[in-house]
Ligand binder design. Structure first.
Ligand code: FES
Ligand SMILES: [Fe+2]
Length: 359
């Protein structure tokens, strides 16, 4: 008898280049991704460049204070317009100096007056959709997309419900990128279950209750969530004592994935809010970008313990994901065998992958 009633996605989808391209188009170019930190776009004239679904995007706060997400490609000969981040009055192409407002409106092309056929009617930069939430600016390449307001509201309630003040977080250290030698779906699926925690993360499992009874899974639309309390402190190793004592306003832990690949973790105690958003570099490589925020006034000891535990768990997961990726790419199995309870968030994730590919 089969261990599952759900048809898991085929193993070749985890390593096939054409499949990766289909997913880029159908998933990463139609859904919401974190594009920037809101703090980097707080002032009029600020801009941040980013790639979304493999497409260059520039996010601006224009002179009227409005946020814009614009395709960062010159309509003249496709030069990338802006690079890095900073402040600007206009976007000026580094190739032939065509200029655009921070709202994307075409302004000027040198020598246009010498070109009788020149028409500027269709030269505004193409727009993407943009939405600010908490410390982030989300972008969707589909300019007509509606923000996932319900999911974001559920996430806000959940995060503030355990004691995190979303509007009063302190970014700790630089936002950093890291690569995993595994398909993005392997990385997200690993995030979505803690069935592996007791085996793979012994120290994490000393702090948090990872039992099937206490590690609660909750799928809600495009928000796939888990929550678990800390364990009795008597069982906790000394080096994690501060993290586990709950000395601080935040109780328990939260693990949210906003489909397809934005993850938000809340650690208990004095309060840590950690976001990692992932995207596929190719079928075999995933890039993660991580931003760690602490509640104001957090102790150095807490910051060190929470960072150390997060890095340790991250390294354990990376090794695991890379090995699973090799197994999946080997052709040895046709598809995974999913556990409908312990892996229910993963089942939902795979259903959404299929749904968007079919759309
Ligand atoms: S490519 Fe941008 S002005 Fe020519
Ligand atoms: Fe893990």
């Amino acid at each position: 008898m089969s261990a599952t009633v759900t048809e898991p996605i085929p193993a070749p989808w985890y390593s096939d280049a054409a499949q990766a391209e289909r997913e880029q188009r159908a998933i990463f170019r139609t859904t919401w991704q974190i594009g920037a930190l809101a703090s980097d776009l707080a002032e009029n004239g600020a801009y941040v460049t980013v790639e979304v679904g493999g497409v260059p995007v520039v996010i601006t706060r224009d002179n009227e204070g409005k946020l814009n997400a614009l395709l960062n490609v010159c309509p003249h000969r496709a030069m990338i317009l802006a690079s890095g981040s900073g402040r600007a009055k206009l976007l000026q192409c580094p190739n032939h100096a065509w200029t655009f407002g921070l709202d994307g409106a075409f302004r000027n092309a040198p020598r246009a007056d010498r070109e009788p056929s020149f028409c500027s009617d269709d030269l505004d930069l193409r727009r993407a959709a943009v939405h600010e939430w908490g410390p982030f600016v989300f972008v969707n390449l589909d300019a007509d997309a509606h923000p996932p307001l319900r999911e974001l509201e559920v996430m806000r309630e959940s995060v503030t419900g355990v004691g995190i003040d979303l509007d009063n977080l302190v970014l700790t250290g630089p936002v950093y990128d890291w690569d995993i030698g595994a398909n993005w779906k392997i990385v997200c699926e690993n995030y979505l279950e803690c069935y592996h925690c007791a085996v793979v993360h012994p120290d994490f499992s000393k702090v948090f209750d990872v039992s099937a009874e206490r590690y609660a899974l909750r799928p809600d639309g495009d928000l796939l969530s888990a929550a678990t309390p800390v364990k009795e402190t008597s069982k906790v190793a000394a080096q994690q004592a501060v993290l586990a004592t709950q000395a601080g306003p935040v109780e328990g832990s939260l693990w949210h994935l906003l489909f397809p690949a934005t993850t938000i973790n809340v650690y208990p105690g004095e309060g840590c809010f950690e976001a990692t958003w992932y995207w596929p570099v190719d079928a075999h490589t995933t890039r993660g970008r991580t931003a760690v925020f602490l509640m104001p006034g957090t102790s150095q000891e807490y910051a060190e313990q929470v960072t150390a535990l997060s890095l340790q768990v991250g390294n354990e997961d990376n090794e695991l994901c890379e090995a699973m990726h090799r197994g999946m790419a080997s052709g040895a199995i046709e598809h995974a065998t999913l556990m409908d309870n312990s892996e229910q968030l993963l089942v939902r994730f795979q259903a959404r992958v299929r749904e968007l590919l079919a759309a």
